[in-house]
Design a protein. Structure first.
Length: 153
């Protein structure tokens, strides 16, 4: 699998990349699935544009999310889906851990979100609420990958 275009996260008023793809809501009052023709037309004016229809974006959309006041919000969708609300939507349907790479990319791995960065911020979300944040130092992971000659088993 090709390295993927990441979801976007607004965290502390700064835009970050997320190495996770939280689910979008399955609610026709919140999200519309566009036809292929509509999606291609919409992509012309969007930040990620036609990249959304390449192997760099198998999901064919990019979401922009925000953490504000301890809550996780969906604020925009580009590509195959359109968010129907103008205001942020509290993502109460999301439970899981999102990963935000930090520091320099040490090893590029041409697969999904597998590239290795100096550190990762892990943010645990439960029903749209941030319940834990911790920074992971990838020094051991970097060493292991380097010593393996670039192979993971």
């Amino acid at each position: 699998m090709t390295a993927q275009i990441p979801e976007q996260l607004i965290l502390n008023a700064k835009r970050e990349c997320m190495h996770a793809c939280p689910p979008i809501p399955n609610d026709p009052a919140l999200v519309a699935e566009l036809s292929e023709e509509e999606a291609y037309e919409a992509a012309k004016g969007q930040e990620f544009g036609m990249y959304l229809f390449t192997s760099a974006c198998w999901r064919k959309y990019v979401g922009t999310w925000e953490i504000k006041d301890g809550k996780f919000y969906l604020i925009k969708l580009e590509g195959k889906y359109k968010l129907l609300k103008d205001e942020p939507v509290h993502a109460t349907w999301v439970t899981g851990t999102i990963v935000v790479p930090q520091g320099e990319m040490v090893h590029y791995i041409h697969m999904g979100f597998s590239s290795i960065y100096e550190k990762e911020l892990h943010i645990k979300i439960e029903a749209g609420m941030v319940v834990e944040q911790k920074v992971i130092d990838n020094a051991d992971k970097i060493k292991e990958y380097s010593e393996s000659g670039g192979f993971w088993f």
